[in-house]
Design a protein around this ligand. Structure first.
Ligand code: HH2
Length: 263
């Protein structure tokens, strides 16, 4: 899953795509590099980020979504927790919703997903982006994330979303310390055992920077290592900035895990 942020302030690719034509070209290039899903986002949810109004988010993402829909055939995901944005994106040809709040921030979101019968990513986050890194606390991070994802997946399935269309995500970096992130990445099989597709988003995140003492622009190798670890732990979808490199690294992970090169 290629990350296509249309924001001024995302922690890695913010401000790169003020011109929708640039964003569309980047999306096409990601597909050419091997992305099998594109995830379009119009609001940064990095630690400390403030929310933007739905109108602003729509103004950022819709021209790009409409343009890309004409250019690529891969599924397009809309990265939003706002039901209004999700509905407009689905109406314009998006195929799935990536809700980092797993229905917590906008209760209407589950109605939209159920009515439109689209796959949905449900991500775990402790708190909300503005304050989530202040003092993340768990008694048992893996158990708590597992229980939350199982409960929210249950809600989606009660509303008629098929089990295989409910994609779960531990939410690396969302209300988690370095140790919490590592504990989750170490225990991905516990989450995979829930029986839903598993998505992991570790690309260029701060925990990699903490280990390597590196800025976002200098976190490629760390991201690739985390990607391979995620594949070995049972991840089915990797949400990443660097497509070509991650596809190649993940093929090694696939070969190790499944004993063959699936391509
Ligand atoms: N991470 C980010 C945003 N959306 N969605 C899912 N499902 N999982 C993630 O781990 C995830 C996500 C944050 O990364 P990015 O989009 O690169 O940055 P920003 O929030 O600053 O736009």
């Amino acid at each position: 899953m290629g990350i296509l942020n249309i924001t001024p302030d995302s922690f890695y690719d913010g401000g790169r795509r003020e011109d929708p034509c640039q964003a569309i070209a980047d999306g096409v290039a990601m597909v050419e590099a091997g992305a099998e899903i594109l995830d379009i986002g119009g609001e940064s949810t990095r630690p400390g980020a403030r929310s933007v109004a739905a109108e602003e988010e729509l103004a950022r993402v819709m021209p790009v979504l409409r343009g890309l829909r004409r250019e690529v055939r891969v599924p397009i995901s809309i990265d939003t927790y706002k039901s209004k944005v999700a509905q407009a994106a689905l109406d314009a040809g998006a195929d799935m919703v990536n809700d980092i709040s797993a229905f917590r921030f906008d209760a209407e979101m589950m109605t939209v997903v159920a009515r439109e019968k689209v796959p949905v990513v449900l991500m775990h986050m402790q708190g909300a982006p503005r304050t989530m890194q202040a003092e993340p606390r768990y008694v048992d991070v893996v158990g708590e994330v597992r229980a939350f994802l199982a409960a929210q997946a249950g809600v989606a399935m009660e509303r008629g979303v098929a089990a295989e269309a409910v994609i779960i995500d531990p939410g690396i970096g969302f209300g988690k310390t370095l140790d919490h992130n590592l504990e989750l990445l170490r225990n991905l099989p516990v989450l995979a055992a829930l029986g839903h597709p598993l998505l992991v988003g570790a690309s260029r995140k701060a925990f990699i920077g903490r280990i390597l003492n590196a800025e976002p622009g200098d976190r490629l190798e760390g991201s690739l290592a985390a990607a391979v670890a995620a594949v070995l732990g049972g991840a089915n979808i990797l949400r990443v900035h660097d497509i070509r490199e991650t596809v190649r690294a993940a093929r090694i992970g696939d070969a190790l895990r499944y004993g063959r090169d699936p391509s």
